[in-house]
Write a protein that binds this ligand. Structure first.
Ligand code: B1M
Length: 213
């Protein structure tokens, strides 16, 4: 069984996206729990990928292949996880803010967070502040993650935080922001709880924000 989980980890690291779904199915058929596949196979694999990305030994296309490999396995084990009542690390609501169509980085953040054991609700791009508010009410996420790639749309992050405050739900969530023009100083200025420079750091930051309570 351990060998099967180790092979799943390696397949994620190597980005063998066409194999991981079948490997996950074989593991389930062989009596492996969905929880073990997630926590002892997929997550350690993505954790390794995250470290390699941080240190510049893996690059965006490779990380995306690994994330796809993980997601293909997740699709297979998800029904079993629901049946078994497996707890995820937390819920992250993601979106690129209003007026901004860039979603490649945001998608990578979603994949990395999913690899780190989070349940992801992705609102897509060009997401209005009211849509973030509505989704917070519907999904009750632990973390709201906003992405912006344009200097002109960064200010919408502040508008979204204001909308969450006005709706009375600001204190129910942690707010994490990121995107190429975004900085820690900007996050501090608009009252976000956290900033992450890249997708691997975003998964770490989401974990840190939840742990901080
Ligand atoms: Co656009 N674009 N673009 N573009 N585009 C940039 C961002 C730009 C820097 C290019 C340039 O001029 N050098 C420039 C912005 C300038 C500025 O504001 N300072 C720009 C512009 C001007 C525009 C248009 C206005 C161009 C026009 O039409 N005149 C237009 C705007 C459209 C709109 O959004 N309303 C536009 C359009 C487009 C395309 C549609 C063609 C396409 C987007 C396709 C898509 O996303 N589906 C596009 C692209 C691809 C780019 C570049 C080339 C690449 C962006 C990207 O995907 N990077 C970009 C130039 C560049 O960055 N070199 C550019 C790869 C990605 C993995 O990195 O998104 O930075 P990134 O994400 C990282 C981190 O930032 C971080 O983690 C990610 C992964 O490690 N991160 C987070 C991101 N979100 C996070 C959230 C977090 C935490 C971390 O927490 C929640």
């Amino acid at each position: 069984m351990d060998d099967m989980l180790r092979r799943i980890s390696s397949a994620v690291i190597e980005g063998e996206k066409d194999d991981t779904g079948q490997m996950a199915q074989d593991a389930i058929d062989g009596g492996c729990s969905a929880e073990a596949i997630l926590y002892q196979g997929l997550m350690p694999g993505m954790d390794h990928v995250s470290k390699e990305f941080k240190t510049g030994r893996m690059f965006v296309p490779e990380v995306m292949r690994s994330a796809r490999a993980m997601l293909n396995a997740m699709a297979v084990i998800k029904p079993q996880m629901v049946k078994d009542g497996v707890q995820m690390v937390g819920k992250v609501l993601l979106g690129t803010v209003r007026g901004d169509m860039h979603d490649i980085g945001k998608n990578l953040v979603g994949m990395m967070c999913e690899g780190a054991g989070f349940e992801i609700r992705d609102l897509g791009s060009d997401v209005a502040p009211e849509a973030f508010v509505a989704a917070v009410n519907t999904y009750a996420p632990d973390v709201v993650g906003m992405s912006a790639l344009l200097t002109t749309t960064m200010r919408t992050m502040a508008d979204t935080i204001k909308a969450l405050e006005e709706a009375g739900v600001r204190d129910q969530v942690k707010i994490m922001i990121g995107g190429a023009p975004v900085t820690q100083a900007f996050a501090d200025r608009i009252g976000a709880d956290g900033y992450a420079a890249d997708a691997a750091a975003a998964a770490d930051k989401a974990r840190e924000l939840i742990a901080a309570g």
